[in-house]
Write a protein that binds this ligand. Structure first.
Ligand code: BG6
Ligand code: MG
Length: 214
């Protein structure tokens, strides 16, 4: 029986996935190449450094560790410029209602995000108070699809993996949930998130009942 809900942040609760995409695209463009929206799916859920490594490989570009640090910092500065201007209006449809409903129904909630910027986003969008525990990119060493971020969340909440469900928009994130022995609700398209137990287009399509029948 499901007792705890672990939420990815970017692309599940807030539409920051587009900001990540814009910033990475701009970075690739400054190096003289581009990548597709389909390739971008592979960046979702993946840590900052690993995203950069994938992009450099797509462009066939080699950089030293120092240069990589600079590029990652540059991308992040563009990204932070965008997220510091966010407002609660950018919370995705149905999010506040769904989080309120599951909290009322007695489920425990944790954030399980790869981002090191989760603090700013949760604060700008007024979502922080919903979470009993927050696990983000500052607290893990392994990037999704490694299950570390979700296992840590389950542990902090005091539940076994099989008592947890993960909400994810990323292929890597769904895989992390499954590797961790948890249920996964995909937020996005069925064709992309084929390994999820259930796929919906957004949290506005879910009710407490859907958790009971998992
Ligand atoms: C994930 C995003 O939530 O966080 C990835 O889906 C991103 O696209 C990762 O690379 C790390 O985020 P940040 O904010 O620490 O660069
Ligand atoms: Mg995401």
């Amino acid at each position: 029986k499901i007792k705890a809900c672990l939420f990815d942040l970017d692309g599940v609760l807030v539409d920051t996935a587009v900001y990540h995409y814009q910033a990475w695209k701009r970075l690739a463009n400054t190096m003289g190449f581009d990548f597709t929206e389909e390739q971008n799916e592979q960046l979702k859920g993946v840590s900052r450094v690993e995203s950069l490594n994938k992009i450099l490989a797509w462009g066939g570009v080699e950089k030293t560790e120092t240069e990589k640090q600079e590029l990652a910092t540059l991308k992040n500065s563009w990204y932070v410029d965008m997220i510091t201007k966010m407002t609660p209006a950018e919370v995705l449809p149905g999010t506040v209602d769904f989080l309120t409903a599951i909290h009322k129904a007695g489920y425990k909630l944790a954030l399980g995000s790869a981002s090191k910027n989760s603090g700013i986003i949760l604060e700008r969008t007024n979502l922080a108070h919903f979470f009993d525990e927050i696990v983000d990119g500052n607290m893990v060493t392994q990037s999704k699809p490694d299950p570390e971020v979700f296992l840590k969340g389950a542990e902090l909440l005091g539940f076994k993996p099989e008592e947890c469900v993960v909400f994810e928009d990323a292929v890597a994130g769904v895989e992390a949930a499954k590797r961790g022995g948890m249920k996964a609700i995909g937020i996005g398209e069925k064709s992309v998130l084929a390994n999820a137990d259930v796929v919906v287009s957004g949290l506005d399509k879910l009710t407490v009942k859907d958790l009971e029948s998992l």
